[in-house]
Write a protein that binds this ligand. Structure first.
Ligand SMILES: Cc1ncc(COP(=O)(O)O)c(C=O)c1O
Length: 329
C-alpha cells in the first residue's frame, strides 16, 4: 500500500507497485566525506529490466494512463534516455504501447547499451537530430499514434509531470518512516541530481507533507532547459494542486525558497563528464559498492564532497542514489 495514500485515505489517486520498499539506507563510511553522509539506494527499486528513480514515477503514471483510458504513452528524451527505457519496459508490462521521440546525443558505451536495451524493449522509437526537429514533429506523432479519437498520453522529458512527481512525494513519506523507525537520523539535507526536476520537486513537497524540516538540494546536471529553484518549486506546486484536485486536504504550498538548486557541478554541458564526478564515481564503486553513472549521480555525489569541504553542508546528509542499472541480457 502506498504510504501517501495510507496517510490520505479516500484520495482519488491510483498507483501500482513496481518495486519493493523501503529502499535501503546506510551510512557511507568509506568515502572520507567531511560530513556525516547516508545513502538511500534507489538502484534497488524496480522489479523489471531497469530500476531507479524513473520507476518510482511510473507507479503513478501507468495507472493514470489507464484512468484516462489511453493505450499509448508518448514521451521524449535523448537517445540514451533512462526514462524512456523504464517507460517502455514497465509500460509494456502493463499493456501500454510506448512511443519515444528521441534527440541524438554523443554516443559512448553507455548510450550504445541503452540503445540496445531500447531496441529490445518493444518501444516505437523516432530519432531526431535536434530538439527543434522533434518539437516540429511532435504534433504529427501524437496524431499518428492516436487510438481512435484518443491521443497518446503525453509525458515530458524525464517523466517530470505532476503525476510523475508523486513518485517522490511517496518516497518522502518512506524516508520519514525510516527516520521514525531509527534506520537513519533526520537529515538536514537530501542531495539529489536534477535532470528534469520531478525527483527534487516531489521530495520537496513530500517532505513538507510528512512534517519534516529536511531541505532538498538539487544538483542541476542538465542545461538543455531552465532548471532552478523557481522551476522546480513550480512543478512541486503543480503537484500540490493535483493532490488538492484529487481530494487531499491541507496540502502545503511550495515556494522557491523551500529548496536549493546548485549549478556548479554540471561541467561543460549536459552529458559531459567532470573530473570530480569521475572521481566520485570511482570511489563509490571501489569503496562502497555503489554503481553510479557520470551524468547524474556521480555529479551529485561530487557536490556532496565539494560543498561539505567548503562548509556549505552540514550533516547528516542523505544522498539519493537514483541510478538503477540492470545487467544487459
Ligand atoms: C540516474 C538518474 N538520476 C537522476 C535523474 C534526475 O531525475 P529528474 O529527471 O527527476 O530530475 C535522472 C534523470 O533525469 C537519472 O536518469
Amino acid at each position: 500500500m502506498s504510504r501517501l495514500l495510507a496517510a490520505y485515505p479516500g484520495a482519488d489517486l491510483p498507483s501500482v507497485r513496481l518495486g519493493a520498499t523501503p529502499t535501503p539506507v546506510r551510512r557511507l563510511d568509506h568515502l572520507d566525506l567531511p560530513v556525516e553522509t547516508w545513502v538511500k539506494d534507489e538502484s534497488a527499486f524496480g522489479d523489471g529490466g531497469w530500476g531507479g528513480n524513473k520507476v518510482r514515477k511510473l507507479e503513478w503514471i501507468i495507472p493514470e494512463a489507464h484512468r484516462r483510458e489511453r493505450r499509448t504513452l508518448f514521451t521524449v528524451g535523448v537517445i540514451g534516455t533512462h526514462w524512456g527505457l523504464a517507460a517502455a519496459l514497465y509500460g509494456r508490462e502493463h499493456g501500454l504501447r510506448v512511443v519515444l521521440g528521441l534527440v541524438d546525443q554523443p554516443v559512448d558505451d553507455h548510450v550504445r547499451d541503452q540503445t540496445r536495451r531500447l531496441d529490445a524493449s518493444g518501444a516505437v522509437v523516432h530519432r531526431f537530430r535536434s530538439v527543434g526537429r522533434l518539437k516540429a514533429a511532435a504534433p504529427l506523432l501524437l496524431a499518428r499514434y492516436a487510438d481512435g479519437f484518443r491521443l497518446p498520453y503525453y509525458l515530458p522529458a524525464g517523466g517530470s509531470s505532476p503525476v510523475g512527481s508523486l513518485g517522490y512525494v511517496e518516497t518522502a513519506f518512506e524516508i520519514a518512516e525510516q527516520v521514525r523507525a531509527g534506520d537513519l537520523p533526520e537529515p538536514t539535507t537530501i542531495v539529489t541530481a536534477v535532470g528534469s526536476g520531478g525527483t527534487a520537486a516531489g521530495l520537496t513537497l513530500g517532505l513538507r507533507m510528512a512534517g519534516m524540516s529536511t531541505r532538498v538540494l538539487g544538483v542541476v546536471v542538465n542545461d538543455a532547459f531552465r532548471l532552478d529553484a523557481v522551476t522546480v518549486a513550480d512543478l512541486a506546486e503543480r503537484t500540490a494542486a493535483l493532490l488538492r484536485e484529487r481530494g487531499l486536504r491541507g496540502v502545503p504550498s511550495v515556494r522557491p525558497g523551500d529548496l536549493d538548486a546548485d549549478h556548479d557541478w554540471l561541467g561543460a554541458t549536459y552529458g559531459a563528464t567532470t573530473p570530480e564526478g569521475l572521481d566520485a564515481q570511482r570511489l563509490a564503486a571501489d569503496r562502497e559498492g555503489l554503481e553510479l553513472e557520470p551524468v547524474y549521480t556521480a555529479k551529485a555525489l561530487a557536490a556532496v564532497r565539494g560543498l561539505a569541504e567548503r562548509g556549505r553542508l552540514c550533516g547528516p546528509v542523505l544522498y539519493l542514489q537514483t541510478h538503477g542499472p540492470r545487467p544487459l541480457a
